[in-house]
Every structure is written in C-alpha cells, then in structure tokens.
Design a binder for this molecule. Structure first.
Ligand code: C2E
Ligand code: MG
Ligand code: MG
Ligand code: MG
Length: 299
C-alpha cells in the first residue's frame, strides 16, 4: 500500500514536472513572438518632485498582454527574456518606444527643463552595442538625450563592472543620465559606488516600506536617511520608490529626498494616461496647457 501510494506520488510529481516544463516551453515560444505580434506595451509611472508636487518625468515599465493568459507582469517574463537572450530585442524596442513617447512629452517639461523618461535595462543589455541602440533611438525620435534615464541595478555593476562601466560612460558622453535602481538591496561597497558613472540613486521600496512599519522601529528610517546622506555626499539625485502612504511621503520630504514614485501619487499608467494626467489631449485653438499634477492636493 505504502509502496503504491509512493509510486502514485511519484507519477503525479512527474506529470506536474512535465506540465510545468511544457508550460515553460510554450511561454518561451509565445515570448519569441510577443514583439512582432505587438503584445508588449510600456506603462509609465510618474516621478514627483516631493517638495513641489510636480511631475518631473515617468518610468517606463513593461507589460505583456498575452492573447490567452491576459496581462503578465515583468517579474513573470523578464527572467525568461534574459535567459533566452530575447531581452536584447525586447530591451531595444523598449528604449525606442519610450524615446518616441518621451519626445512627445517634452511639452510637459518645466520651462527650461526636460521631462524625464526612465527605462529599465538588464545586465544582458549592458553590452558594447547598447550605446548605438540608444543613440539611434534618440536621433530617430528627437528625444533630447538629457531627458533619457537608463536604470540599472546595483548588482549588474558589481558583477560586470569593467564592461558595464565603459558602456555607462559612453551613454553619459551623449548626455543620457544613469540611475541605480533598487539601491540598497545589492552589494556595492562605497568604493564601488564612487566609481560608478551614475547620476541618481533610487531607494528600493523595501526600505521605504520600513519607514512606517511599526515592527522595524526606527531602523528603516535611519537606513533611508543614511542612503540620502550618501546621495548628497556623492552629489546624486535621490528618488524613493514605492511610496504608498502619506506618512512615508512626509518622512521622506522631511529627510530632503528629492523625488518619489509610488501608488500614493500614481500607479503605472498606459501612455494615454500620462496625457490625461496633464490634461494632455490638447484642444485645438487653446493655448498649450502646462497643467502640473499637484501631489499635495491628493493627500
Ligand atoms: P523596478 O524598476 O524597481 O520598478 C518598480 C516596481 O514597483 C514596478 O513593478 C512598479 O509597478 C512597482 N511599484 C511602483 N510603485 C509602487 C508602490 O507604491 N507599491 C508597490 N508595492 N509597488 C510599486 P513592475 O512594473 O512589476 O516591474 C518590476 C520590475 O521589472 C522593475 O522593477 C524592473 O526591474 C523590471 N522591469 C520593468 N520593465 C522593464 C523593462 O522594460 N526592461 C527590463 N529589463 N526590466 C524591466
Ligand atoms: Mg526601475
Ligand atoms: Mg526599483
Ligand atoms: Mg524593484
């Protein structure tokens, strides 16, 4: 009896493994066609100047509208895209697409400034071809180089530092800005950080969450404060990710964090949502509106 039930478990396990493998192979095949079938889209999450409440730009976040499975989040396919190498073509498309929108959104820039569009880039994209891909996207779309922000995670820089640093330097030579995403979750040392050609530190949402987490006491707040001091010492801009509550917002503002993103201000929106946010569908005959989203009125 025991034997047969063990065998039953084994068979069930094998079937499950087999099904999981098939599903994975199917997803890979689907992902190979996702770009040409126009199933990939970028959503954009506003970045807010915490002091003034003005939207200074957006971050592009990829989504996959699968024909049968519906909306798939990046966590569920970026890993596969990296393993299969598809992330290079998907990433090149994302860069071009956000430059195309970004060129149009310059009308929402503050006078004399630019409206930033940040795009996430994975380790596999930080190869010597990336600068050309970015330069072509900028020139063909008319996106000002200084409005584009390339986001890379800390670990990429630590793991592949020499090649990655060379690529980032080249990007910066055309005026593109570089941000370190999920800062604080990786393993970069202070000496590494000083060597990275970066402009912005994005504080990971796990730290922002701890600011008002009663269980973590004041530790979370102190960690964020330390990162903000570090940012100032290195003359980097600071962006806090994942701001969900007024308390977090108030605490970050009090600690002089420059910018923030999070559901408190806005979820990631389709491109049209960004235009709506600014009252953007401009009515013919009316002067161009520079409607600025005032975060404080939503608090
Ligand atoms: P990330 O770049 O750190 O993006 C922030 C993530 O936090 C996004 O998840 C965003 O939707 C989510 N988020 C924003 N505000 C809040 C908030 O207030 N609360 C909470 N709980 N979450 C918030 P998303 O869109 O699922 O993206 C996940 C990750 O996938 C991104 O993390 C980024 O690493 C990666 N990713 C997204 N788009 C791309 C892409 O085009 N290329 C590559 N290589 N990676 C991408
Ligand atoms: Mg990011
Ligand atoms: Mg992040
Ligand atoms: Mg993240």
């Amino acid at each position: 009896r025991a034997k047969s039930s063990r065998k039953g478990t084994y068979v069930r396990f094998r079937t499950e493994m087999h099904d999981a493998l098939l599903a994975r192979v199917q997803t890979e095949t689907d992902l190979r066609h996702a770009l040409s079938r126009r199933e990939l889209v970028l959503h954009y999450q506003p970045t807010v100047n915490l002091r003034t409440g003005q939207v200074v730009g957006v971050e592009a976040l990829i989504r996959w509208y699968h024909p049968t499975r519906g909306l798939i989040q990046p966590m569920d396919f970026i890993g596969m895209a990296e393993e299969t190498g598809l992330v290079e073509s998907i990433g090149a498309w994302a860069i071009r697409e956000c430059c195309r929108q970004g060129a149009r959104w310059q009308r929402y820039a503050q006078p004399g400034g630019v409206f930033h569009v940040a795009v996430n880039v994975s380790g596999r994209q930080l190869h010597p071809r990336l600068p050309d891909i970015v330069r072509t996207a900028l020139t063909e779309t008319g996106m000002p180089p200084g409005a584009l922000v390339i986001e890379v995670t800390e670990n990429i820089l630590v793991k592949r530092s020499e090649e990655a640093i060379a690529v980032l330097r080249q990007l910066k030579s055309f005026g593109v800005r570089v941000a370190i995403d999920d800062f604080g979750t990786g393993y970069s040392s202070l000496s590494y950080l000083a060597r990275f050609p970066v402009d912005v530190l994005k504080i990971d949402k796990s730290f922002v969450e701890q600011i008002t987490d009663r269980n973590s006491g004041t530790e979370g707040t102190e960690l964020v404060r330390t990162i903000l001091h570090l940012g100032r010492a290195l003359r980097l801009g600071t962006v806090a990710e994942g701001i969900e509550t007024r308390e977090q917002y108030a605490a970050l503002l009090a600690m002089s964090c420059d910018y923030g993103q999070g559901y408190l201000f806005s979820r990631p929106l389709p491109a049209e949502g960004i235009d709506t946010l600014f009252g953007g569908t401009l009515v013919a005959g009316l002067p161009e509106q520079r409607v600025v989203y005032d975060a404080t009125t939503h608090l």
